[in-house]
Design a protein around this ligand. Sequence first.
Ligand code: ME8
Length: 499
Amino acid sequence: MAFYVTTPIYYVNAAPHLGHAYSTIGADVLARHMRQRGEEVFFLTGTDEHGEPVAQAADREGVTPRELADRNAERFRALMPLLNVSNDFFIRTSDREHEAKVQEILQRVHDNGHVYRGTYAGWYCPRCADFKTETDLGDQNTCPIHHITLEREREDNWFFRLSSFQEPLERLYAERPDFVLPRVRSNEARAFIHQGLQDVSLTRARLRWGVSVPWDPDQVFYVWFDALLNYVTALSYARPGADQTETFWPADFHVIGKDILKFHAVFWPALLLAAGLELPRHLFVHGFLLMQGEKMSKSLGNVLDPVAVVERFGADALRHYCFREVSFGQDGSVSTAGFEARYETELANDYGNLASRVLAMVERYRDGVVPEAELDAALAPDFEGLAETVAARLDGAEISGALDEVWERVRRLNRYVEECAPWKLARDEAQAGALDTTLLSLAEGLRVVTVLLHPWLPGTAERLLDALGQPGIEYDGARYGARGGGARVKSTGPLFPKP
Ligand code: ME8
């Protein structure tokens, strides 16, 4: 079966920060898990390069939008391998193929009768690239997100008949309660639709940095329509010479932050319906990473640099921290101190020490070969149904919930070491059989949690499975008892050394 997951495409008006890394790692966890399950996966990320957010930032820096886009797109692209992110393609909306496909699809939307000429008069935030209603505005006509004073704009452009999708969208939300997850975000989208949908500008007259409108070349498409379409256009050219749309569309998950809910939960399905395309299966909407109580954002400047974190602690540590510290779907605070604490207590102590103890005991007591013995039945109930539970959680993109399930078992294995005290068994020849059972059970439990942890900790999991002499990460090996004894272990340095 095919599985298609996407991240938002990020504006190239500044360097990436931890918020961007967060969505991307979330999508990567789903992609890696599905590959373990043998699915054919396509995982897309990339950059959103048109519109005022980029044009104005370029102006401020005294470079052309193209120069700024080239510079920052490269930083986002380079971030992916640093984060151990396994995207299959990196789209840039300035790709010629993307632009051509946007023109083709939006021409069709026009020809299908969903577009008309009109005049926009109202408020617009060039940083959000969003049209604001009076009720959206903060004090003195400011953008409530960017705190900048907005101008009233008036321009002749082309409108998309969003209002005519009122009823189909209401039906969509009534029929598919899991179209938007978690449920609170679905309710939010429904409430927005319920207020009554207004038509929205499809094109901009005053801007040059964008995809030009085929039926009116003096205009460019409003950046959000150009951007949303990336999810479809990428499939047509990501693999040279092969159009993968049939295989992967509709997407299984668009992972997004709650700031861009309206665009994805309202504009996007309406646009797809207007273009005669199928709707994605789910949007998963996560919350904000906060720093000092505020949304981490480039305009507020309270950002953590993911590159610096990775250089100090490694990518896997960051991937683990994000989903342990903040429940995926909710807002939560992050900090360097919190990061260090979890690194120490969970990665270095809970997991890293467990791994080094198990490897060392097999080495010391059984010359480095995991004994062939009976598994300890005492651990069986703790692992019963675990792989299925983790898979079911991840089918709903519950990335923190799934990780919690596995971490409970990591802790269970630590308690098991203390309960069995293999160092005492080793002193008594009569307990040789019991020691065999304990060592096999520990090696097997450690192997199972490591296979399950692979989506979060891909580098660590590979290293540890190799040290256990059991390199496979396939999901059907994620059952306690799926492998027996006989493997030769080798030592590995500390998995999570002191930074
Ligand atoms: O909105 N916490 O791009 P963008 C969690 N180009 N996630 C965060 C975050 C935070 N503090 N800050 C950013 C755009 N993000 C458009 C998207 S999609 C067709 C076009 C993440 O660069 C989160 O996923 O402003 C959020 O939705 C996204 O970055 C916004 O990135």
